[in-house]
Design a protein around this ligand. Structure first.
Ligand SMILES: NC(=O)C1=CN([C@@H]2O[C@H](COP(=O)(O)OP(=O)(O)OC[C@H]3O[C@@H](n4cnc5c(N)ncnc54)[C@H](OP(=O)(O)O)[C@@H]3O)[C@@H](O)[C@H]2O)C=CC1
Ligand SMILES: Cc1cn([C@H]2C[C@H](O)[C@@H](COP(=O)(O)OP(=O)(O)O[C@H]3O[C@@H](C)C(=O)[C@@H](O)[C@H]3O)O2)c(=O)[nH]c1=O
Ligand SMILES: [Mg+2]
Length: 307
């Protein structure tokens, strides 16, 4: 099965390529700028048509949550109009689409886990643009899965885990928001889930919105604490975490306080639950610490070795 994924350097696109690479008979073709530019919808059909995929995974997006507050038009063009054009192209090709969305479509005021039937009410521009994207995708492509995930981290690209390890290599203590809760999700686990859903979509008419996230809920502060204990155990950087409130952190974009996602619908439909976040995080931290010699104090090389 040939899968086209949007975005060439995104976390989920790279994770999908890695995970599909281990499977016989699955090929992933990544499409990104300049050939496929979500901000230039006229590029989308030619790029996707040239690949002739059996399934489209729509993973590229404008994901800079704070920057989006100052660029609402661009965020909507990419995350809503662009996503809709990808879905239109999938429909025209006669193939299903799996589109990625976010926990930030919710306002975070619910106690407990959000279900697919709960009403979205985004607090920030990014969340509003992604909600508009969900609506555009569903309208353009009847054979769609919209997977809302959250707090994505991986060995790839930019994410909270890598930011924390970089900060810890230069700071002893880091102040981190402790009053926002959610489900950290490994992009590698999400890729495994996408591949399962892809097979089910190929065989039947699965469609609709599904929540898909790591098992277990935490705060950003406790998430960081776990990153540091895991890194420290492997000789990587670590720092003390000081709890602060979101109000104290004063980010540009408002963020929801609780976006725990209930994943029972995905589990019941596709027979798959993501592992506990701590387990997946340990694996990812291990890879980051091992891969990046920059976290360790460099050992000076003897002159002979340099020559
Ligand atoms: N990161 C997270 O915590 C979460 C992400 N999601 C959603 O999951 C999906 C994947 O996220 P993730 O892998 O983390 O994303 P990343 O931020 O890692 O990557 C985003 C990708 O989108 C590409 N992109 C941005 N603008 C355009 C454009 N105009 N045209 C084509 N490509 C573009 C980027 O390209 P380039 O590399 O060239 O910049 C990059 O490859 C997104 O839909 C996101 O909204 C949902 C919940 C949480
Ligand atoms: C860097 C840093 C962040 N924070 C806070 C800010 C924020 O409340 C929280 C997380 O910050 P980030 O900017 O990494 O996370 P953010 O960009 O809000 O992450 C979101 O990205 C989008 C794409 C999604 O879809 C969401 O699911 C979610 O993962 O941590 C600190 O408290 N201290 C720090 O030193
Ligand atoms: Mg961010």
């Amino acid at each position: 099965m040939r899968i086209a994924v949007t975005g060439t350097k995104g976390q989920i696109a790279l994770a999908l390529m890695e995970r599909a690479g281990a499977l016989l008979g699955v090929e992933v073709v990544a499409l990104g700028r300049p050939e496929l530019d979500l901000a230039r919808p006229e590029t989308i059909w030619p790029a996707l048509a040239s690949v002739r995929p059996r399934l489209v995974v729509s993973a590229a997006a404008y994901t800079a949550v704070d920057r989006a507050e100052g660029e609402p038009t661009l965020a909507h063009r990419i995350n809503a109009t662009g996503a809709g054009a990808v879905a239109e192209a999938a429909f025209r090709l006669g193939v299903p689409i799996i589109h990625l969305s976010t926990d930030y479509v919710f306002d975070g005021k619910k106690q407990g886990g959000y279900r697919e039937t709960d009403a979205p009410a985004p607090l920030n521009v990014y969340g509003a643009s992604k909600l508009a994207g969900e609506i555009a995708v569903a309208a353009a492509a009847p054979r769609h899965l919209i997977l809302r995930t959250s707090w994505v981290y991986s060995p790839f690209g930019t994410n909270f885990v890598k930011t924390m390890l970089r900060l810890a290599s230069v700071r002893k203590e880091i102040a981190i928001v402790a009053d926002q809760c959610g489900n950290p999700s490994s992009a590698l686990d999400i890729a495994d889930a996408i591949l399962r859903a892809a097979v089910a979509m190929d065989e039947g008419p699965a469609c609709g919105i599904y929540h898909l996230a790591g098992t277990g809920t935490t705060s950003w502060a406790d998430f960081a604490r776990h990153v540091f204990s895991s890194s420290r155990a492997r000789g990587g950087p670590w720092a003390e975490v000081r709890d602060i409130t979101a109000t104290e952190f004063a980010a540009q974009a408002a963020r929801p306080l609780n976006t725990q996602l209930s994943t029972t619908k995905f589990a019941a439909t596709f027979g798959w639950t993501m592992p506990p976040w701590q387990q997946s995080l340990d694996e990812v931290v291990g890879r980051i610490v091992q891969d990046d010699a920059g976290w360790h104090t460099p050992t000076p090389l003897p002159c002979a070795a340099i020559r």
